[in-house]
Design a protein around this ligand. Structure first.
Ligand code: ADP
Ligand code: MG
Length: 321
């Protein structure tokens, strides 16, 4: 089979439309979660037709054979596979553009479809960068207990050789995938984890069929019963983590997506074991306080448990108190 894999590292911009609209152009130095540059990301996109190509050889630029058959079974998402997921080996992955660039990872929109059948699904591909980034400064706090045991690998990582940096990125991708699998199986509101290969994690795309990504909670202005409904889902999600002895570790209105009234927690590589990690309870409290503040500022009233109760509730559920 010819190798059509494209260069995943290249910051290529795949223009989706033919009128020169640069809606996918993003600042390369977007280094702050809170100041992400989204170029018109909420405007509808015109994606190329699902049957834009119909041949299994001579794939167009930006397409590759589905990588579904590459990872071992343990690197695929939990069974049963969701009905929407394209698992056919004849499928082709087509990269449709960047959803967001970040310092640690870039998130791309990918369509996996079987040529000639009309069967396809959209996926979010989170690709960890093999570069120095801020997460490395948090390694000691977050990767406690997860450190590579093999001394050669540990040395390469400590020296930050390019192979070592790649290993660290692979660890983060693997850590996020494992957490997504655990949380999805426990019924927490997270994207379905499809597969992980090296530094790339593929997951359910949260958004519209036209490729418009769901907004982050921080970008929305829910009120009344909508606000209360999102709060309930958030409490359910965080309680599910706490019962597993986990804290998100970076919980905020920037790591929650809202789609059709559904709240989805994302960005989980740094999930913390609150029992094993000495800083665990602190992470649990910080997560609770961050989101409680946001909901209080939005005017949430009368909820039980309320924002002021969340930190204590999570501690109890994690059996810390
Ligand atoms: N499964 C997904 N579906 C839709 N958009 C996503 C998905 N995962 C991530 N994104 C988008 O990419 C952004 C960055 O992803 P995130 O996991 O938060 O990484 P980081 O903040 O470390 O760059 C998110 O804020 C969101 O806009
Ligand atoms: Mg994030």
């Amino acid at each position: 089979m010819p190798d059509y894999a494209f260069n995943r590292r290249a910051k290529r911009r795949l223009r989706l439309d033919d009128d020169g609209d640069e809606e996918l152009a993003l600042a390369a130095d977007d280094d702050d979660d809170d100041e992400a540059v989204f170029a018109k990301r909420n405007t509808p996109r015109r994606l190329p037709a699902a049957d834009a190509f119909d041949a299994t050889d001579g794939l167009p630029e930006g397409a590759r054979w589905s990588s579904w058959d590459q990872p071992s079974a343990s690197e695929r998402g939990p069974r049963p596979y969701p009905a929407w997921l394209v698992t056919e080996l004849a499928a082709v992955d087509t990269e449709l553009g960047i959803l967001k660039t970040g310092k640690e990872a870039d998130v791309f929109l990918v369509r996996r479809g079987v040529p000639g059948t009309g069967r396809s699904c959209l996926l979010a591909a989170k690709r960890y960068r093999a570069a120095e980034h801020k997460m490395f400064h948090r390694d000691s706090a977050y990767l406690e207990g997860r450190r590579a045991r093999e001394s050669r690998a540990a040395r390469a990582m400590a020296r930050r050789t390019s192979a070592g940096r790649e290993m660290i990125s692979t660890q983060w991708a693997g850590a996020e995938f494992a957490v997504l699998c655990q949380l999805h199986s426990a019924g927490a509101p997270v994207p379905y984890p499809v597969q992980v290969i090296g530094t790339e994690l593929l997951m359910e795309f949260i958004g519209e069929p036209d490729g418009t990504a769901a907004p982050r909670l921080a970008e929305t202005r829910p009120q009344g019963s909508e606000l209360a409904g999102l709060w309930d889902q958030l409490v359910h999600g965080l309680v599910t983590l706490a019962r597993l002895g986990l804290a998100h570790g970076d919980m905020s209105a920037y790591n929650l997506l809202v789609h059709g009234g559904r709240l989805v927690m994302i960005d989980l590589p740094q999930v913390v074991d609150v029992i094993a990690n000495p800083g665990g309870p602190g992470f649990l409290d910080r997560d609770a306080v961050n989101v409680a503040k946001w909901f209080t500022a939005r005017g949430l009233a009368g909820a039980v448990p309320g924002p002021e109760d969340l930190a204590a509730l999570l501690r109890r559920e994690a059996q810390l108190d």
